[in-house]
Design a protein around this ligand. Structure first.
Ligand code: PLP
Length: 463
């Protein structure tokens, strides 16, 4: 399996190289040259398998010869052995034909773990084989940083440095990043806001000398391996509900479009998905795009579902590539317009295809809180605000006779203030994290300054 860039100007790479490089050299995102197919019999054969065994069958065609069969099985066992639920992604029924898939049973209680745990083990295996060591540097507004730290902590071939905006992440999120004791984990509290952290991260990646010196690598949400990991739970969930003999719909709380794009991939591979619904909070660029055909940036308005507070969705580029018949030049043109003019208008053909594949809905702050309250009252399920956005939109978009699955992307205890304000219950951390507030913290404060950051990283990774 080869990977090609959505902008058509970068060399095709193997899975291994696409994973290690993240972004293509032409600025595009890597996608598989073709979508592997699973027949109805292949899908039916997933019934009753463990999550890891099902993942093996779904992922195998994407990784090509990067891993042997045994290596891939070992990687999956180590990745998902860290999950606290034997089903890994369990399904809960909340109404007639209405379900919630819980993606938050990983080590940091958010769905980012599903992909990060896998990519951590894949990096370790590839780098160990090559005899290389890299420095993973990431910027986070909360969930991704802790997921990366949990995925890479204690690994031999990797240092992980996470920048977060000082004083601007929740206490739970901060402690998840500052309490791991492993010596290859380096949490950095940077002065400024999340955009400053991202800007300095970008500066470091653009500094070729530094990039080479510390062997900088990234695992942000555009990394193909992360999207691939997320394809699996669409299959396992749909099969639990009767696929391939019955169609299933999904509603996905969407930010960077990685999660729902994985659903689209599952559909391309042959999974009978009836509706794929994009659920956004008040930052609704994608919902507006579906309604009007115009994809236009607006400022970010902070919400109680902060992991979906985005201006543009980086993985949407992967969908554009398919909507435009996989013509890299057309995608490059649209992305240039987005950069220079703050938006673009989809062609009639592309818009028609987009609407054929997806539906969408937006959820206000008040509706999010009301959904948390209503679900706690009527089902006993205490949802995080992101998951509530999905449930609200799922209820509007569900069709009779087709099971509708809303994806629950974080545990309520990660957002205790918003949840308590909505439903009066303060969600508790699960037992394995109950002592989070008693663990010692380890973090380095740093100015919003490239030179200072580079010096800090050199010191941290010296051994
Ligand atoms: C990252 C995240 C999302 C959004 O997922 P995308 O793949 O960026 O669309 C939703 N909910 C939570 C809790 C997240 O951490």
């Amino acid at each position: 399996m080869k990977y090609i860039s959505t902008r058509g100007q970068a060399p095709a790479l193997s899975f291994e190289d696409a994973m290690l490089s993240g972004l293509a050299v032409d600025g595009g995102l890597y996608v598989p040259e073709t979508w592997p197919q699973m027949s109805a019999a292949d899908i039916a054969a997933l019934a009753g398998l463990s999550y890891e065994d099902a993942a093996y069958r779904v992922i195998r065609p994407f990784v090509g010869d990067t891993f042997s069969d045994d290596e891939l099985r070992g990687i999956l066992a180590r990745a998902y052995g860290s999950f606290r639920h034997p089903a890994r992604v369990p399904l809960v029924q909340t109404g007639p034909n209405e379900f919630i898939a819980e993606l938050h049973h990983g080590p940091t209680l958010a769905f980012k773990d599903v992909a990060m745990q896998l990519i951590g083990q894949m990096f370790e295996a590839v780098l160990t084989r090559r005899g290389e060591r890299v420095t993973i540097v990431g910027a986070t507004s909360g969930d991704t940083g802790s997921a990366a730290i949990e995925a890479f902590k204690g690994l031999e071939a990797v240092d992980v440095v996470i920048l977060y905006p000082h004083g601007r992440v929740s206490d739970v999120q901060r402690r998840q990043m500052t309490t791991p004791a492993e010596s290859n984990v380096h949490a950095v509290a940077m002065d400024g806001d999340f955009d400053d952290c991202q800007a300095r991260l970008k500066d470091m990646f653009n500094d070729a000398a530094f990039r080479g010196e510390v062997k900088l690598a990234g695992v942000n949400s555009i990394n193909w391996a992360r999207v691939m990991a997320q394809v699996v739970y669409y299959f396992t969930t749909a099969v639990s509900l009767g696929a391939p003999h019955r169609k299933v719909s999904f509603t996905v709380p969407t930010g960077n479009f990685g999660d729902i794009f994985a659903g689209y991939v599952a559909k391309r591979m042959g999974l009978p998905i009836a509706r794929l619904v994009i659920a956004t909070n008040q930052n609704d660029i994608l919902h507006r795009t579906l309604q009007s055909g115009a994809h236009r940036k607006e400022g970010v308005v902070p919400s109680i579902s902060p992991s979906m507070d985005i201006q543009v969705s980086s993985n949407f580029e992967r969908l554009l590539f398919d909507l435009y018949d996989r013509e890299g030049e057309a995608v490059a043109q649209l992305m240039a317009e987005l950069g220079q003019q703050g938006g673009f208008v989809l062609s009639q053909g592309a818009l028609a295809r987009l609407r054929a594949e997806f539906a969408s809905g937006a959820c206000s702050e008040a509706e999010t809180s009301e959904t948390i309250r209503m679900m706690a009252d009527t089902t006993g399920e205490v949802l995080c605000p992101h998951s509530a956005v999905a449930v609200k939109v799922a209820r509007e978009q569900g069709a009779s006779g087709v099971p509708m699955v809303a994806l629950a992307t974080a545990h309520a205890a990660k957002f205790p203030d918003a949840v308590e304000a909505a439903c009066g219950q303060r969600p508790n951390l699960p037992p394995h994290m109950a002592d989070l507030f008693a663990r010692p913290e380890r973090v380095t404060r740093c100015a919003n300054d490239l030179t200072a950051l580079k010096t800090l990283i050199r010191e941290k990774i010296a051994r």
